[in-house]
Design a protein around this ligand. Structure first.
Ligand code: ZN
Ligand code: FE
Length: 260
């Protein structure tokens, strides 16, 4: 199995997994990059996985389904183009002989789901397709969920194995890392990771997939209980040192929203 990020729009990735004959795509916001990749590699589309309802993740679903007949799997609690198999926590999406485990991760949207593929002989290290919930160095905006929900969703993702490859929906890494450095200027993991990501971008390459081990070291939104992050957020937002975890997380997310 080969994993390929297909760039779409300004900064989206449509993730494609294929075996040389059949393919799966995740969050095709635009059909054209997928049609191009299918033609280039002479692949047949078998399945489409959708993490949440936003148009930049679903805009290509109808055209791809109509042209290929691929099975569509999506979030049970959201409206995406019909027909699709609705999935929620604990369900499994079967495609190309692979079993993608569904995890509910509300916060960015109310019914957002992630697809987790455990390590396997044909696919290697675990794969996590997390849409707009966990980004490298950041997390999605809270459009429909509460800070407590997003924190719980990120906790659920952070509980997955260290070597899980994080395949998220956007190339936001460098901007996220500038913010991460403002929150944790003394985090020694950040500078080398930033240099590595800048080098990749300079060559026009994706910074993704990241790994959960990396995210736990550099992503302030997975580190909101670390003393360094806690201290910085409380100082920035004027919160008491004993503030509740969701309030600290909310202040961290607000800091990022306002960060330029
Ligand atoms: Zn989104
Ligand atoms: Fe998006």
């Amino acid at each position: 199995m080969t994993l390929v990020p297909l760039p779409a729009f300004a900064d989206n990735y449509i993730w494609m997994l294929h075996d040389g004959t059949h393919a799966i795509v995740v969050d095709p916001g635009d059909a054209q990059p997928v049609f191009d990749a299918l033609a280039r590699e002479a692949l047949q589309l078998a399945a489409i996985l959708v993490t949440h309802h936003h148009p930049d993740h679903t805009g290509g679903v109808a055209a791809l389904h109509a042209a290929t007949g691929a099975t569509v799997f999506g979030p049970a609690r959201e409206r995406i183009p019909e027909p699709f198999t609705p999935l929620a926590q604990g369900d499994v999406a079967d495609a190309l002989g692979l079993r993608f485990e569904v995890i509910d991760i509300p916060g960015h949207t109310a019914g957002h789901i992630a697809f987790f593929l455990p390590a396997g002989a044909s696919t290697g290290a675990p794969l996590l397709f997390c849409g707009d919930t966990l980004f490298s160095g950041g997390c999605g905006r809270l459009f429909e969920g509460t800070p407590a929900q997003m924190l719980a969703s990120l906790d659920a993702l952070a509980a997955l194995p260290d070597d899980a490859r994080v395949c998220c929906g956007h190339e936001y890494t460098l901007a996220n890392l500038r913010f991460a450095l403002a929150v944790e200027p003394d985090n020694v993991e950040l500078t080398p990771y930033i240099a590595q990501c800048e080098a990749l971008r300079a060559r026009g390459q994706p910074t993704l997939p990241s790994s959960l081990a990396t995210e736990r070291r550099i992503n302030p939104f997975l580190r909101s209980r670390e003393a360094t992050v806690l201290r910085a957020v409380c100082a920035h937002a004027g919160l008491p040192a004993d503030a509740q975890e969701p309030d600290v997380f909310a202040a961290l997310r607000q800091w990022k929203n306002d960060f330029r």
